[in-house]
Every structure is written in structure tokens, then in C-alpha cells.
Design a protein around this ligand. Structure first.
Ligand code: GAL
Length: 686
């Protein structure tokens, strides 16, 4: 971005609260009740028009903005700010039928139909024209509208459709490759097309990785994923450019999903004014709290520490899983307050009023079909009241973390390809596996890209670096030599950015950092193998103290030493975890998926050795997050357990903003309870 862009909406002040609001689904008299109820619940920001394209443009050349004018006027008159959506995530049926080429084609060559949403080919020129016409009109019409405080482009890019395999996309893919490689020779080299007679003799021979009789080169698949993320990003950019030109004072976002594997969030976040995300943890998932906390830290980090938004979440149940369980209201409350603790200044839901028909009519809402005499509504009102009590927290920043987790979408895409020792090693699982110990140990975490400057972090944890650039490998090695501590998870340092082996033993680019070599991989197809601690220098102890699953490396120690050993199976007596001192720092390698408790113990040892603060005195299962502004400090204490706990305050006496009570020495929290203690700041992080 060339000019300075706004990074947060000018209003509402305080923590923003609200949800998707779809007035087009309701007769206008209902709108009056909507805004009255919004005020009652202290809703101050709503996202309008995410799926309203067909109402705004009922046919080619015909436009109807009058209803949206009235909706925005009404919201503004009631003090409710608007995050106005561009509506481009679901083109109207007439448009898709008029331009069938705008519909996406899957890898089998099947053109997808209408009737749902995201039925778009990102490379379609017809779609580009149609979205440009719509967004130009929206921007011009609402540029001066007092309700408009931010723009919401598209919706969850790459969620339903992350790639299109049509001929137009193929042509765009070729242009993208020409830019990346410059010549066919460079392309053939990068794709190693000498294998299986794949030499590309002319650019027209390049095809997207459509369904083929057997495996397709992982390098081709990887580049197609890169291209597809960029193709969607170009759609976002097209709209953003219009909005930024016409409304330079209004920030622009698009909502990430969960995060999803379809789009490279680092590249996207760099082009957004502010980061927003949809979070739908599964109440039946035992790792839901870990996933949510990880997503919070990731979103703050994608925004480089600036405030971020939860754009969507469910007040109760969703409707799109095989089993849709309502969420416990106390858990919804504590997760939302934890999101604020991790830097969110806006908490929105899907959706304000439950739809009366269509695909999502059984999805929960802020205002359920039963109206105000409902648990859901009481929950909506109660959360609004909580957030109003936290108004002064808005705009403060999370204190800097001493640890970071490395996450890279290119590594994610490359890891989950065919032809690997096992397909059970999944990127998201590894990210949560590595994040969980840090959460349990009370170590605040930022998330970083492997090529970022890591010098601010004492501890760097890389769940998986199957693919890594030479620059990332050099940066990590430099970081350890300079005194940092690096922990690397299994199947890392295998391929470079072109998806080629760097040569020599694995882990190619990480041999110097880790001080080990790996000749073979011995995946664990089922069950677990025993892992024991080292008893003395280089001697395995037979006692099983932990378990590893899914993955196992045949590690040879070079300049590293072993700290855990396999105790049974074909690699019994060989290292499972290694430690390598280099320069004034060190690097650890974890060559199996250690069970959670064992990994927590290990990361605890590493964090202590690295001198990372561990929030001493914090009871297990209580998260402590700190935000600061000028001379004020806000300490969030979130009890994730079902027990009553007493949390010592370590001198942070002050006022619990949620209860208004003065607290000294310690805070007692009931199950799922939260306190937000305001106290004078120490300025050491400011
Ligand atoms: C989201 C989507 C919303 C709504 C919601 C239901 O993924 O952005 O439009 O469908 O899911 O949970």
C-alpha cells in the first residue's frame, strides 16, 4: 500500500459488538424491532449485505439500492455502525447463467452449479467486470454515509472453492508461472520434468493439476496452490483498490476462516487494513480451546500486533457438521473475553437474526427464532454488557511475547501431498500439537513466518518445516547461533522452496542447525511406540516415560546429543529427541509426535533453559494475557477448567472491570470464569 491506510474503524468506540445482519431477508417492519433489540444488547457494529448481490442487482443493468439506503439510515439513526459488505461471495443466478464461464471447474473438469455460494472462477473476466461494476456503485453511493465505518470484501475466500481448473484459469496459471520462472528451462528445472517424461516444450503445454491416472508432481501441485491463492487475492485486490480510492478513510478487511488452508494468510494480511477471522470451534473437539487460542494469537500476529476482529462465530450451534452441538454459554463468554485478552477489539457473530428458511435456518443466532424469551437472547445481552465494561481496553496492545510459533502456508501445502512416508502427518494437527504445550505452560506466543526477523524471541518453535526456503534455514541457524533457542518438529528441512531435495542426508537445510542426519523415515502406522529419557550421556534407559505416534525418524547424531530415546520397535535405542548447542544458542529436534503431556514436559525444559517467563504461580488451565496502554495495564485471567481456582496477582492489584470490585493479592475464579484486572502499568513493555 502506498498511502497511509486507516487500520481501525472510526467508530464504535470501545469493544465493537454485533454480527452479520441481513435486512434483505426480512420485511422492513421487522427492521425496527431489530434495531431496538440491538440497542438493548449493546450491539454497536453490524456487517450488512454479505449475500445481498441479487437484491442490489436484480438483473443485468438494473440496480436497487433504496432498501440498503433505508437500512443504513435506520442503523445510523440508532447509533449502530456498519461494516458494509461488497456482496461478491455469491453472484446472482442470472449472472452465472449469463456467463457460465464465471462458474468454477473442479479438478475432474466438472463445472460447479449455482444454488449455493462462492460459485466463482477467480480468473473469470466476466466476473471481474461484474464485481467491479457492483463495488464501484457501492463505494460511490455510500462513501459519505455516516453509518459506514469499514468494508468487508467477499466472504471467507477459498473456503468452499479454493481453486478453479478451467481453461481460463489454466491460461492465468501460465502467465503466473512465466512471471515466477521467466523461462521454460527454469520451469522444467524447478518441476524436475525429466521424471516421467514431463518436459514442457511450450507454455501451452502447462496444465493445472487436473485428475490424472496417477500422482502428479508435488512441485506442480504446490505452484498451483500458490497461484490459486494469488488468483483469489487478485479478486480481493480488485475490490480493495476501488474502495481505497473512493473511500480512503475507511478500512478494508476480508474474513479469514478458522484459518483455512486455501489461501496464504501472510500474503493476504499484508494487503488488508485490519485482520478479521471467523471462528467455529466444535464443542465436541477436545482440542477446541487450543485451536481457539492459537487462532487468536495467529490473527493478532497476522495484523502485526494491531487490534483484530472476530468477524463471525456461533452463539450456540452451527448447522454444517455431521453433529452440531450447541456451545456452552459460559465457554462462549470466556473464549470471547480471551479473544480480547489476545488483542481483539471487535467480537461479531453469525448472525443477528436467525433466517426463517434456506440452508442455515437451524443455525444459532444472536436473536433466535423464539425471540427474547430464550437462552440465546439472554446470552447475547449478557455478553454485550460484559464488553461494555471492557470499553477502556480497546486500543491497548498485548505485551510482547518471548516465544513464537512458525507457521507457513507453503509448508502446509507441500506437507500434505502424495508420496510421503505417511499421509497421517497433517499440518494443522502439528501446529496445534506444538502450540498446546506453550498454552498449558503459560508462555505467551506470537506467530511468525519462517522468514521473519526472529531476533525478538528467545524461543522459536517450528511445528513443521517440510518445505523451507534457503533464507528461512539461514535465518533460523543464525538465530540459534546468536543465542536463541529453536525447536523443530518432525519431517522438517526436507525440500527447498522449489520442492526439490537440497542434496545429501535429510534434513538438508537444517543439518547445521540440528547437528543430526536422518537417512530413513519409519512412520508409525498404528498405535504408539515407547519413548524414554536419556540416562547419562548417549545411553538409552529402557523405561517408557512417554509415547510417540505417527512419525519416527532414524536419527544419527552428528554434533547433537540425544535427550529422549525410542524404547521399543525397530528403532529401539535410537534418538527420538535431540539437542544441539551451537554458537550461544541451541536447537532441539523432535523426531516423533510425542504425546501431549510429554511434549509439554519437554517444552517446559526448553523454555526454562531459554529463560522464557512462565507466569509463575498461575494455576494449570488458567490463561493470563496482558494488554497495556500508556500507564494502564489490563490483566486477563481466564479459567479454562471446571474447577474453582485462586490466581495470585503478583502485585497487580487493581479493579476487576467485569465485577467492578477491587482486587488485591489474588482473584478467585469459578469454572469458566474470567477477571480483567486494571492496574497501573509498569511501562517496561510500552
Ligand atoms: C461461515 C460463513 C457464514 C455462515 C456461517 C455459518 O463460514 O461465512 O456466512 O454461513 O459460516 O456457520
Amino acid at each position: 500500500m502506498t498511502t497511509e491506510r486507516p487500520t481501525w474503524p472510526r467508530s464504535p468506540t470501545g469493544i465493537a459488538y454485533g454480527g452479520d445482519y441481513n435486512p434483505e431477508q426480512w420485511p422492513e417492519p421487522v427492521w425496527d424491532e431489530d434495531v431496538a433489540r440491538m440497542r438493548e444488547a449493546r450491539v454497536n457494529l453490524v456487517t450488512v449485505g454479505v449475500f445481498a448481490w441479487a437484491r442490489l442487482q436484480p438483473g443485468p443493468g438494473s440496480w436497487d439500492f433504496a432498501w440498503l439506503d433505508r437500512a443504513l439510515d435506520l442503523l445510523h439513526a440508532n447509533g449502530i455502525a456498519v461494516d458494509l459488505a461488497t456482496g461478491t461471495a455469491s453472484p446472482p443466478p442470472w449472472l452465472s447463467l449469463l456467463h457460465p464461464g464465471s462458474l468454477p471447474v473442479d479438478a475432474r473438469g466438472v463445472r460447479l452449479g449455482i444454488g449455493s455460494r462462492q460459485h466463482v472462477c477467480p480468473s473469470s473476466p466476466d466476473l471481474a467486470l461484474a464485481t467491479t461494476a457492483l463495488v464501484e456503485r457501492l463505494a460511490a453511493r455510500y462513501a459519505g454515509h455516516p453509518a459506514l465505518v469499514m468494508w468487508h470484501v467477499g466472504n471467507e475466500y477459498g473456503d468452499h472453492v479454493s481453486a478453479c481448473y478451467c481453461d481460463t484459469s489454466a491460461a492465468h496459471f501460465r502467465v503466473w508461472l512465466q512471471t515466477r520462472y521467466g523461462s521454460l528451462d527454469a520451469l522444467n528445472e524447478a518441476w524436475t520434468t525429466t521424471v516421467w517424461s514431463g518436459r514442457i516444450g511450450a507454455w501451452d503445454e502447462v496444465m493445472p493439476p487436473r485428475v490424472a491416472p496417477g500422482p502428479i508432481s508435488p512441485a506442480i501441485r504446490l505452484d498451483f496452490r500458490r497461484f490459486s491463492s494469488d488468483a483469489l487475492l487478485a479478486c480481493f485486490e480488485r475490490e480493495r483498490a476501488i474502495l481505497a480510492r473512493v473511500t480512503p478513510d475507511i478500512p478494508v478487511t476480508t474474513n479469514f476462516m478458522r484459518p483455512n488452508p486455501g489461501i496464504d494468510h501472510w500474503r493476504w494480511a499484508a494487503r488488508e487494513d485490519l485482520v478479521s477471522c471467523d471462528l467455529y470451534p466444535d464443542p465436541l473437539d477436545p482440542l477446541a480451546d487450543v485451536e481457539v487460542a492459537f487462532a487468536h494469537d495467529l490473527m493478532r500476529s497476522l495484523g502485526r500486533g494491531r487490534p483484530w476482529m472476530v468477524m463471525e462465530q456461533a452463539m450456540g450451534a452451527v448447522d454444517w457438521r455431521a453433529v452440531n452441538m450447541p456451545q456452552d454459554p459460559a465457554v462462549v463468554r470466556r473464549r470471547n473475553l480471551a479473544a480480547v485478552g489476545r488483542g481483539a477489539d471487535a467480537l461479531l457473530f453469525f448472525q443477528w437474526r436467525a433466517a426463517r428458511g434456506g440452508p442455515e435456518m437451524l443455525h444459532s443466532a444472536m436473536l433466535p427464532p423464539g425471540g427474547t424469551d430464550s437462552r440465546g437472547w439472554r446470552q447475547t445481552v449478557a455478553l454485550g454488557a460484559d464488553l461494555a465494561r471492557l470499553a477502556e481496553v480497546a486500543g491497548s496492545r498485548c505485551v510482547p511475547a518471548q516465544a513464537c510459533l512458525l507457521v507457513d502456508w507453503e509448508a502446509w501445502w507441500a506437507l500434505e501431498q502424495e508420496g510421503h512416508p505417511t499421509d497421517a502427518l497433517r499440518y494443522r494437527d502439528l501446529a496445534l500439537w506444538a502450540y498446546r504445550p506453550l498454552l498449558e505452560l503459560g508462555v505467551p506466543v506470537d506467530v511468525r513466518h519462517p522468514e521473519d526477523d526472529l531476533s525478538a524471541y528467545r524461543l522459536v518453535v517450528a511445528p513443521n518445516l517440510y518445505l523451507m526456503s534457503d533464507a528461512a534455514a539461514a535465518g533460523l541457524t543464525r538465530h540459534a547461533r546468536a543465542g536463541g533457542t529453536v525447536v523443530v518438529g518432525p519431517f522438517s528441512g526436507i525440500v527447498d522452496a522449489q520442492h526439490r531435495l537440497p542434496g545429501g542426508h535429510h534434513p538438508g537445510q537444517l543439518r547445521d542447525l540440528l547437528g543430526i542426519t536422518i537417512e530413513e523415515f519409519w512412520p508409525i502406522p498404528t498405535g504408539t511406540v515407547g519413548v524414554g529419557a536419556a540416562a547419562g550421556e548417549m545411553r538409552p534407559r529402557a523405561r517408557v516415560e512417554a509415547h510417540g505416534s505417527v512419525w519416527r525418524d532414524a536419527i544419527d547424531l552428528r554434533t547433537a546429543s540425544a535427550v529422549r530415546w525410542f524404547t521399543d520397535g525397530p528403532l529401539a535405542g535410537r534418538p527420538a529427541v535431540t539437542r544441539h548447542r551451537l554458537g550461544s544458542g541451541e536447537a532441539w529436534y523432535v523426531g516423533t509426535v510425542l504425546d501431549g503431556d510429554a511434549l509439554t514436559t519437554l517444552v517446559g525444559e526448553v523454555a526454562t533453559a531459554a529463560g522464557v517467563d512462565r507466569q509463575a504461580g498461575r494455576p494449570a488451565g488458567v490463561d493470563v494475557m496482558v494488554r497495556e496502554r500508556a500507564d494502564t495495564r489490563f490483566v486477563f485471567l481466564v479459567n479454562r477448567t471446571r474447577e474453582r481456582v485462586v490466581v495470585p496477582l503478583e502485585g497487580a492489584t487493581g479493579v476487576d472491570l467485569l465485577t467492578g470490585e477491587r482486587v488485591t493479592d489474588a482473584v478467585t475464579l469459578g469454572p469458566d470464569d474470567v477477571a480483567v484486572v486494571r492496574s497501573p502499568g509498569d511501562r517496561s513493555h510500552a
